[in-house]
Design a binder for this molecule. Structure first.
Ligand code: GDD
Ligand code: MN
Length: 371
């Protein structure tokens, strides 16, 4: 079966890599009989890419000079939307992704059961050029691990992809360009249940420099958060509330230790007065950091309104939540007193009950939808 294939390549300062990229794509695709075209989605690079493309004189090679906003995600999305092919392929310009594997990706994408095909670095048969720093490995693995919220694909971070246009059409209006890990964005929003992974050899970039830096990595966290909200809605919000709560535990323990030590050094030897003071301060400090973080993150979209009044309501909700925690823990501990670790299990349930109460209370009384 022959198809029409559009290959979309985001470029920024890649002029030097274009001739070899084009030559290898042509050599790989011509024997397949597929009709194919190339879309270089260039953010004005000022590196003479226009001249390079012109000199190739190939009608199937198209250069799109973009207008802002600049960015890899925007460039790929614009290409996906405007390219004419029935099969859409996305790959990097720097020859990290071997053009020789495009036919294999296309074949897999033509199988009706595959929603998305990934050129994968992490399946058997795949290889990676050596010379990756420990940091790059950790980054790649860490990012993959976070993607497990959405998919068990081995290499969800890959930028080498193929899909049929009808799958893209499922979500084309919902794709968010800040989602610069475009593969993950497509898996989630196009609801790609079946993702095929084709092994590739991932080379070090041929020429030029990588554009991925700290900014892109931080953006990835923002991206994961957005996808979680998109896919899991209220449950994702509750998850964030839980993460903030865990940070509050750390703040609480640190404050408790600091205050207790300081008081000891200042000569407060009466134990019960010292502990009461230290615990009270620790509770209020962690409650306050929790409030601020929840206002910024968990309920960032509902942060408007009087800060002081919101804070006091939050403290009120937490106090009641504390009572719920205490009540549930003591009740369960009595019931489970003969079981090993019964007390600890009761405490975990108590914390969870208190947290659920705090969440619902915060949602209804503190960070309201209507105001
Ligand atoms: N139009 C446009 N605008 N293209 C860009 C921009 C931009 O702002 N930034 C980067 N690109 C293009 C590059 O020219 C290249 O073709 C491709 O996007 C990938 O950029 P690199 O700078 O080579 O990124 P990388 O090698 O660090 O990351 C690649 O591999 C990762 C997996 O390790 C990308 O494919 C990532 O998506 C992938 O996760
Ligand atoms: Mn690269």
């Amino acid at each position: 079966m022959t198809a029409s294939v559009s290959i979309i390549v985001p470029t920024y300062r890649e002029a030097l890599n274009i001739p070899e990229l084009v030559r290898r794509i042509s050599e790989a695709m011509t024997p397949t009989g597929h009709k194919f075209d190339l879309w270089l989605m260039d953010d004005p690079s000022g590196d003479g890419i226009e001249r390079v493309v012109k000199e190739l004189r190939l009608p199937w090679v198209n250069l799109v000079t973009r207008t802002p906003p600049r960015g890899l995600g925007y460039a790929v999305l614009e290409g996906l939307r405007s390219a004419p092919g029935d099969i859409l392929v996305v790959m990097d310009a720097d020859l990290s992704h071997p053009p020789e594997r495009i036919p294999a990706l296309v074949d897999a994408a033509l199988q009706p059961e595959n929603h998305l095909v990934i050129g994968s670095r992490y399946v058997s048969g795949a290889t990676i050029d050596g010379g990756w720093s420990l940091l790059r490995h950790m980054n790649s693995r860490g990012a993959t691990w976070m993607a497990r919220l959405f998919t068990w694909v081995n290499d969800p971070m890959s930028g080498f992809l193929a899909m049929r246009r009808d799958i893209l059409s499922r979500a084309v209006g919902e794709l968010d360009p800040v989602g610069y890990k475009i593969g993950l964005e497509l898996i989630v929003k196009c609801r790609c249940g079946k993702v095929a992974e084709v092994p590739i050899h991932f080379s070090d970039r041929a020429l030029g420099k990588s554009k991925m830096g700290l900014r892109e990595q931080l953006q990835y966290i923002v991206h994961v958060r957005r996808l979680a909200r998109w896919k899991y809605g209220e449950l994702a919000r509750f998850g964030e509330f839980g993460i903030v709560g865990a940070s509050g535990l750390v703040v609480n323990l640190a404050t408790l230790t600091l205050v207790n030590d300081a008081m000891l050094r200042m000569g407060f030897t009466a134990q019960s007065a010292r502990l009461n003071t230290a615990v009270t301060i620790a509770v209020f400090v962690s409650m306050s950091t929790n409030f601020l973080l929840n206002r910024m993150l968990t309920f960032g979209d509902k942060a408007r309104g009087h800060l002081g009044r919101k804070y006091l309501t939050f403290v009120g909700v937490c106090l009641v939540g504390g009572v719920v925690n205490w009540w549930a823990t003591t009740r369960l501990a009595l019931r489970w007193h003969e079981i090993t670790l019964g007390l600890q299990a009761a405490a975990v349930c108590g914390v969870f009950a208190g947290m659920l109460f705090n969440y619902i209370g915060s949602r209804i009384f503190v960070f309201r939808t209507i105001r």
